[in-house]
Design a binder for this molecule. Structure first.
Ligand code: FES
Length: 104
């Protein structure tokens, strides 16, 4: 069982809109996404063949894996083929200009 970890990952103003940023939080690799002003945090590992997601792209609210083209809905984690398993999503909070990610 892993403990909950909440960590400040940076200043909101430092992340451009429509950006993907690879970060490490409590020893885990994540991707912080800023899309239409909102933040999302997901594991930096595609559920298809476990390649990193931080070198992917954004398309219409979906995170697109550059390796075989799976798409993950940022709001729900829902996957499209060739990935089947949804992508986990971590809680992100913005307080003032500080961005916090909570891993559970
Ligand atoms: S590793 Fe992401 S689609 Fe295959």
């Amino acid at each position: 069982m892993s403990a909950t970890v909440r960590e400040r990952v940076g200043a909101a103003s430092a992340f451009a809109d429509e950006s993907l940023t690879a970060l490490e939080v409590a020893g885990r690799e994540i991707v912080l996404v800023r899309h239409q002003g909102r933040f999302y945090a997901v594991p930096d590992m595609c559920t298809h063949a476990r390649f990193p997601l931080h070198d992917g792209s954004l398309d219409d609210g979906k995170l697109v894996c550059c390796h075989h083209g799976a798409r993950f809905d940022l709001e729900t984690g829902r996957a499209t083929l060739p990935a089947i398993k949804p992508l986990a999503r971590y809680e992100v909070e913005v307080e003032g200009d500080d961005v916090y990610v909570t891993l559970t």
